[in-house]
Design a protein around this ligand. Structure first.
Ligand code: SAH
Length: 222
């Protein structure tokens, strides 16, 4: 199914994702239309496939970015605060920023400084991206995302773009109540997406969704 969504332009890619019901809401469609994937994916930007970024990182396939946004959508309102763990190219960080605009903020955290430099440069390729950096709507920070980013907490929504070996308590601790975490988790040789809700009373509810293949959340290279 995934390959059927590829297109010759950003608009064609998004239109195909909508046609194939991988994007279901107009809000996600509009947020993805406003970010040109060619500014973030080095080769075949409009293919519905992951692309290598260097440093053992990959930009996820557009249908995975769409799925993450759809899952978190109820927690992505104008003014919401979001943490994007393993922000890599910065593509999804930019899409999330559109979903919480004009007064929401998204912090992208990656543990590889050159990837953060790349994400900042990628944002700089468009007027809209430059404004988002200047206004503080988007900020890229360097650190171990398994610890979350306490300075910006609590968050309405946290997205994790690499597979966790365990359920990291710091991430749910840094969610608002209510708030939602989208995280791929590795278990016994397979990986699944978990959507974890923190309810108003602080209790956690875990939903295990579909199988996926992400690069792992690891220690920073030395
Ligand atoms: N969302 C990104 C995905 C990048 S791949 C995109 O679509 O472009 C996963 C990213 O997780 C890589 O950039 C990698 O450097 C980062 N990563 C892996 N372990 C990490 C950790 N412990 N803390 C922060 N980032 C991490």
């Amino acid at each position: 199914m995934a390959w059927r969504s590829s297109g010759a332009t950003n608009e064609a890619l998004i239109t195909n994702l909508v046609k194939n019901k991988l994007i279901r809401s107009d809000r996600v469609k509009d947020a993805m239309l406003r970010v040109d994937r060619a500014h973030f994916a080095p080769a075949k930007p409009y293919d519905d496939s992951p692309q290598p970024l260097g440093h053992k990182a990959t930009i996820s396939a557009p249908h995975m970015h769409a799925s993450a946004c759809e899952s978190l959508l109820d927690y992505l309102e104008p003014g919401s605060k979001v943490l994007d763990v393993g922000s890599g190219s910065g593509y999804l960080t930019a899409v999330l920023a559109n979903l919480v605009a004009p007064n929401g903020t998204v912090i992208g955290i990656d543990h590889i400084q050159p990837l953060n430099d790349m994400a900042n440069a990628n944002m700089g390729k468009s007027e809209e991206g430059r404004k988002m950096l200047e206004s503080g709507q988007i900020k890229f920070v360097t650190g171990d995302g398994r610890e979350g980013w306490a300075e910006g907490a609590p968050y309405d929504a946290i997205h994790v773009g690499a597979a966790a070996a365990v359920h990291h308590k710091a991430l749910t601790d840094q969610l608002k109540a209510p708030g939602r975490l989208f995280v791929p988790v590795a278990e016994g040789g397979t990986q699944h997406i978990y959507v974890i809700d923190k309810n108003k009373d602080g209790s956690l509810e875990r939903q295990k969704l579909y199988g996926v293949q992400y690069v792992p959340l690891t220690d920073a290279p030395v």
